[in-house]
Design a protein around this ligand. Structure first.
Ligand code: NAI
Ligand code: MG
Length: 355
């Protein structure tokens, strides 16, 4: 039986890094007993241009048969039009909701050869090794929202950070399970001094933690957590938080390793996994062939591990990336001074050469 993989390159640098990821995926499966069938579809800005919607029916239909989804990135200035228009990002949110992928896993680990690219001092940067588990299908990005104006013509807008007990519990279970496989420490991040949704979140953490007596639990408020991530990143193992806080903290954590272009993610939940680099469509470098494909390539490693269950191939992809870096390959975002700068395609070749 073959696994169906839906490939959604998207916009900007999305197609460049996705091409790299697909090449590595095909290479990694040579000689494996696992077979895949890939089909490519539109999402985001390109889907808006073609179908008038960011997640068209043809793409949705393909998702019904999918075992995993590999995504590039969506969005760009072309589609940044005023209020009342559909945006490419709406396609991504709808995709996550449709797939029911409520847990976004973002491993953040320093590569020893890239420490000079980190904004942190070497001795702090080298100890960065954490996993962010971000709730992905609830909170302010999906809650009730409205724009309007009152009787005096004064405009208003609101978004609601809504969470049900079930939405909180299921992502916490994913995070506790992950902590068990790591250093057995879980930091839950909220704003319980202000928000009711955070107070409920904290109560459920207490409840779920009773089933994981071997996992050490701590609570941090999101503002001080943002500070601790740069001052004491080594104090984190698994960090679990709601959608909006996780969006912000994971970009912050990402740069600790040197470049946002390095980091992969897996979004898991009700069966199908969604795999994507954490960066966006990077319009400032789109079309130049210089995007760092490693976040997308490392997302393939997560796809091999979580959806295709070929752990050895996943590990080999990760090792090939580490070796390419160790041998000096640097895309522009990673380069410092006199480094040997490679293009997206050259970086991919270097990774394949070390597989
Ligand atoms: P971004 O992540 O696209 O770019 C931020 C900065 O990082 C830019 O300077 C960019 O050149 C650089 N960068 C990002 N990925 C890189 C890579 N692989 N290699 C080298 N440099 C890289 O975030 P930004 O600029 O805030 O958003 C651009 C567009 O992407 C917006 O339309 C935004 O809504 C969308 N976006 C989409 C996401 C997704 O599809 N998952 C996630 C974040 C943003
Ligand atoms: Mg983000």
């Amino acid at each position: 039986m073959a696994y169906h993989i839906v490939v959604l390159p998207g916009d900007g640098i999305g197609p460049d890094v996705t091409r790299a990821a697909v090449q590595v995926l095909e290479h990694a499966l040579k000689g494996q007993s696992v077979e895949i069938v890939m089909s490519e579809h539109l999402i985001g800005g390109k889907a808006l241009d073609t179908y008038g919607v960011p997640l068209p029916d043809v793409t949705l239909e393909a998702l019904h048969k999918a075992d995993a989804v590999l995504l590039g990135a969506v969005g760009g200035p072309k589609w940044d039009v005023g209020p009342g228009h559909l945006r490419p990002e709406a396609g991504l949110l709808a995709l996550r909701k449709t797939l029911g992928v409520y847990a976004n896993m973002r491993p953040v680990k320093a590569f020893s050869e890239l420490l000079d690219a980190s904004p942190l001092r070497r001795e702090i940067a080298q100890r960065v090794d954490l996993l962010i588990v971000r709730e992905l299908t609830g909170g302010a990005y999906f809650g009730k929202r409205e724009r309007g104006s009152d009787a005096h013509g004064m405009q208003f807008a609101y978004d609601t950070m809504f969470y049900s007990e079930n939405e909180i519990r299921r992502v916490l279970i994913t995070a506790f399970d992950a902590a068990r496989l790591r250093r057995k420490k879980l930091t839950s991040v909220d704003k319980a001094n202000v928000l009711d949704s955070s107070r409920l979140w904290r109560e459920i953490v207490q409840d779920v933690s009773s089933h994981y007596p071997d996992v050490e639990v701590e609570h941090q408020l999101v503002d001080s957590c943002a500070m601790n991530l740069v001052t004491h990143p080594q104090s984190f193992d698994v960090l679990v938080t709601e959608n909006l806080f996780g969006d912000i903290l994971s970009d912050e954590a990402a740069v600790l390793t040197g470049s946002i272009g390095m980091l992969p993610s897996a979004s898991l939940g009700q069966g199908i996994g969604l795999y994507e680099p954490i960066h966006g469509s990077a319009p400032d470098i789109a079309g130049k062939g210089i995007a760092n494909p490693l976040g997308a390539i490392l997302s393939v490693a997560l796809l091999l591990r979580y959806s295709l269950h070929v752990d050895d191939a996943a590990t080999r992809v990760e090792q090939a990336v580490a070796k390419a870096i160790a041998h000096g390959a640097r895309t522009k975002d990673l380069a410092r001074g006199q480094d040997d700068v490679v293009t997206t395609d050259q970086m991919t070749e270097r990774v394949l050469a070390h597989y």
